[in-house]
Design a protein around this ligand. Sequence first.
Ligand code: MTE
Ligand code: MO
Length: 315
Amino acid sequence: MLIKKPADIRSSEITTPQIYQDRRRFFKLSALTGAAALLAGTATRRARAEGEKLPNVQPGPFGTNEERTPLEDVTRYNNFYEFGTDKSDPALYAHTLRTHPWTVRVEGHCENPGSYALEDFLAPHALQERVYRLRCVEAWSMVIPWVGIPLGDLLKRFQPTSNAKYVEFVTLLDPEQMPGQKSPVLNWPYREGLRIDEAMHPLTLFAVGLYGEVLPNQNGAPLRLVVPWKYGFKSIKSIVAVRFTEEQPVTSWAQQNPTEYGFYANVNPAVDHPRWSQKKERRIGEFFRRETLPFNGYADQVAGLYSGMDLHQYF
Ligand SMILES: Nc1nc2c(c(=O)[nH]1)N[C@H]1C(S)=C(S)[C@@H](COP(=O)(O)O)O[C@H]1N2
Ligand SMILES: [Mo]
């Protein structure tokens, strides 16, 4: 028997017509608006392809004016273990990922759970550009102009209840599209999580593009998280589920090696990784190493989230 995988099914197919109507009303959509209209060609609902220009992107807050990492490096030096563990693997192999149609499941403690076609999930938010530093736990960094939507604005529409203390994110599980999942380097699917206040913080972004264009597959198309004050592994790619939870979610790297990777993973030059220092980093494309800044340079915005916490214990 041939069974469609969730990723192949549009929300209009999985829900009854009545529920679908209600959902359209919930999203106040008479036609595609906002991000959805920009991601799809408005008239046709055809998905914009990888690398296509995203129109009407407005500059957003919190940007850095540091020199941007060239597009070639942003798209050819990646961590995306679903396509291999070498930095060059994702650019070579991520083309097997089908990013359209794409469904996002919203689950757990919220008033509006359900499976949403990506277009409906993103509508009606406007797209912003945010130039953020991304600091990998392996002590390299980049400056990337993301295009996306503040995660908090998006999550509010699903009305998390007071039991929602954390948000869990899950990557697609499909070893045919993601051949790296055939080897047990991680406990698939890749999972990440944030405390609800971290998820709602205005710096936290759901990205759908970079350099003004639709997100390349190797960078986590069609939807990836960007949390610029945390090590890169928190910024989970190709997300298919968002779950509001009461308990702290189990996250892939913390599960794989709890002594080396913590749940919080805030960039912190004062807390070394057990196998290397975190005091400095190599900005991709530069020769001399730079000092790593607390919270990756976003301390003014986010240090308050952790006041009173021992960041050596909660690393
Ligand atoms: N699903 C998934 N998300 C992931 C990863 C991964 O292997 N799988 N790698 C993480 C790590 S370690 C980093 S540093 C960033 C890299 O993002 P970039 O390749 O867009 O620079 O993605 C993060 N998100
Ligand atoms: Mo990373």
